[in-house]
Design a protein around this ligand. Structure first.
Ligand code: SAH
Length: 344
């Protein structure tokens, strides 16, 4: 038995069946045995491949979007360039490279990375040089923020609830790592959030994601800036989307705690808070509107290889193009957002 499995079993034995968010938190972020502290998640040899690891075009277009939004905001001469959950640092490296086209943006930027894994912090320093790391968004330095989060929110813990005729029951991880249900309870918040849902359906609540989004949007509303959130999910999703992935395949989430990546789809609606305006699009539409075709052609003209396949993986409806969504969070009143239907 793995060390983490024993820790979880002991906690269930002492306290009873465990909420799913506690299970995810232990599996992903246990300081010693958590997935992001221990495993090599990214790339062909790891468990999953993210968009910035597929193609430099992804980070370059996001970099151009951030520069554009900074200019639209009046080019503040000091701001925080924030990435949440930077993985290997590839996305930020691509952003910083393309931002050399806008030296004033680079001169004004203080790079700040939100990362809890000390192992990944070291990988990010190796990729990017000296950067500021924070482990909690509460520690974000003051100032406008221009932020990006790719496949970050899907890694934050969720709870699951089932609606039945008598009220809601929470799905818990019980003895022997099998699903258990809490006693039935009335949950007015869930009744409101999921009004009209049929009985028997499962819903997911991501309190940790909502707390991060609250801080991000409060900052954008009060000090200015913009954030781009890219992830799989839907604006207003319901249903069971909890999954484990190991070596590019779906795995049993309870088989080897800490060894598989655990995620859930993002419910983007819950991230739009504090009166900010937003844009929402599929990843395919967003990257196409930002000019991925032209970027591919320029890289091909410079001798780049395999770019057609990269573009298809990022934008194709049978690949990441439709499953992945992009949410922009911007100050209220900013109603044309580049890359979105109502935008430039
Ligand atoms: N954005 C990267 C990596 C995505 S994986 C990419 O696209 O390749 C998720 C990242 O979020 C990892 O860097 C992980 O260590 C980090 N992470 C997970 N939970 C976190 C938390 N609660 N706080 C800060 N970072 C977290």
């Amino acid at each position: 038995m793995t060390a983490l499995k024993a820790i979880i079993e002991a906690e269930i034995a002492a306290q009873g069946p465990m909420p799913l968010n506690r299970y995810m938190e232990l599996c992903l972020s246990h300081p010693e045995h958590g997935y992001y502290m221990q495993q090599q998640p990214f790339g062909a040899a790891g468990d999953f491949t993210t968009a910035p690891e597929i193609s430099q075009m992804f980070g370059e277009l996001i970099g151009l979007w951030l520069v554009h939004m900074w200019q639209e905001a009046g080019a503040p001469d000091r701001f925080i360039l924030l990435e949440l959950g930077p993985g290997r640092g590839t996305l930020m490296a691509d952003i910083l490279r393309v931002a050399k086209l806008a030296p004033a943006f680079l001169a004004a930027a203080e790079v700040c990375l939100l990362e809890t894994s000390t192992r990944l912090q070291a990988v990010q320093r190796a990729a990017l040089g000296e950067v500021r790391h924070i482990e909690r968004l509460e520690n974000l330095p003051d100032g406008p923020i221009f932020a990006v989060a790719n496949e970050f929110f899907d890694a934050l813990p969720i709870q699951q609830f089932v609606k039945n005729d008598f009220g809601w029951q929470e799905r818990l991880v019980g003895d022997g790592f099998s699903w258990a249900l809490s006693d039935t309870a009335q949950q007015p918040d869930l009744d409101t959030a999921f009004e009209g849902l049929e009985t028997g359906r499962i819903v997911e609540v991501a309190a940790a994601s909502q707390a991060v989004a609250n801080l991000l949007t409060k900052r954008i509303a009060t000090q200015g800036g913009a954030a781009l959130v890219i992830d799989y999910g839907d604006f207003d999703g319901t249903g069971d989307t909890f999954q484990a992935v190991q070596q590019h395949k779906k795995a049993d989430a309870f088989a080897a705690p800490g060894e598989a990546d655990l995620t859930a789809h993002v419910r983007f609606k819950d991230l739009v808070q504090n009166g900010v305006a937003h844009g929402f699009a599929t990843q395919g539409d967003f990257l196409s509107r930002l000019g991925i075709d032209a970027r591919r052609q320029a890289l091909e003209a410079a001798g780049g290889q395999g770019l057609d396949a990269q573009q298809h993986r990022l934008t194709g409806a049978d690949e990441m193009g439709v499953l992945f969504k992009v949410l922009a969070l911007v100050p209220a009143g900013c109603n044309t957002i580049a890359g979105f239907e109502n935008g430039a």
